[in-house]
Design a binder for this molecule. Sequence first.
Ligand code: UDX
Ligand code: UDX
Length: 434
Amino acid sequence: MRITVVGTGYVGLVTGCCFADLGNVVTCVDVNRKKVQELQKGIIPIYEPGLEEIIKRNRGQRLFFTTDLSKAVQTSDFIFIAVNTPPGKNGEVDITNVKAVAKGIAQHLNGYKIIINKSTVPIGMGDIVSQIVQKYGPSNVSFDVVSNPEFLREGSAVADLLRPERVVIGASRRSAAQKVAEIYKPLQCPIVITDLKSAEMIKYASNAFLATKISFINEISNLCDQVGADVQQVVKGMSYDSRIGGQFLNAGLGFGGSCFPKDVSGLVQIGKNNKFKFRLLPEVLEINSDQRQYFLKKVYREVGSLKGKTLAVWGLAFKPNTDDMREAPSLTIIPALTAKGAKVNVYDPVAMPRAKSMFKKVKFCKNPYEAAKNADAVLILTEWNEFIQVDFQKLKKIVRKSVIIDGRNIYDPIEIAEKGFVYLGMGRGASRIF
Ligand code: UDX
Ligand code: UDX
């Protein structure tokens, strides 16, 4: 199949490259000339496991990069819109980019095409895209607009695309949805075909539900701290109930990234625009931002005054296996520490080049041990594997005080205590079983 993907961000790039790997001829379009030139040379702007190999395999044969929307539209049958939809001032979804791309596509239409929205857009956007294409496109050319939301997690986006648990396709004409379904046929996964608005809602409802799970478990976790229970054991006990499941119940610093915060705020705003007041979701957001403060309070309580103290921060990215810093807890936590007079040494396996301009007065270190030198406490903000495998004996010799404050619960409290560290996790109460 001949496919164009507009937008080579996290979502568009992974989507385009994986479609090419499935044997389709794919053109990826972006307005960012520098990004396109680099991609043409095989330089990838983001860190995403598995992506480099796919680009290597397909570039120049089935996978092309360009800034020329006109040619890309004219030579494809399917045009995916995967540009960013950032949050506006009040949390509303900014659809300027999607509208601009829809207009651009319309102006170059030269025959029947299926235009597919992959960007996360407010419910009803499919109809708006149709109206734009109708207005700016040639009157004698027909088209369909389809919604095909993405469920790609950064860090495992390639696997999520190639082995999806489901694909959702919304359209007003079943024939158009079925044509898009053909692209996903080799993946042999359930394909849910719905009307346009339901598909758009599925995306928001899914992300808002997952975010709700995280805020729920964070509240349970904070109560665990109070009563002396261990949230990890609590989750284990809950997870065997198939009605609950065990995923997305890791307590910690709360959710970040480009999607959950934006999509939950976006859905609240979509509610407001449709005379519906969400009661649950604003709380989900508030619990989430309070979680960062809750962690800071643990630090202040354990370390005391931060003036003149040295703190090691392990992990900057909003989650492991990505260099994405959007809405990362580190962006709130580190400035709060430096404002109180702490000397902060940071280390992240991949996010440091991206993070360099985001923090003032911190020292970027080559490895976790360099960051921990003379530290009064080691703070864990991202659960990279590298930190799980750390050499505790070596660490103990380097730090000033053997204190680990773990915002991601990567260690077993008892094992760490046996190694001679004071260990504070999130919701890892004091009770033990003998
Ligand atoms: C995506 C989705 O599209 C968004 O709706 C979803 O909720 C999260 O994931 P993402 O891939 O993360 O966004 O966006 P980003 O990494 O910011 O990349 C967007 C790309 O689109 C950029 O490379 C930008 O240059 C490009 N773009 C933007 C265009 O090519 N044309 C435009 O008009 C605007
Ligand atoms: C999310 C969606 O999962 C994906 O389907 C798509 O819609 C894009 O947005 P992403 O933001 O890349 O993916 O990462 P995800 O793995 O969902 O994690 C989001 C945030 O939640 C991270 O900050 C992570 O640390 C946090 N999280 C996740 C928890 O705090 N606890 C958990 O149990 C799971």
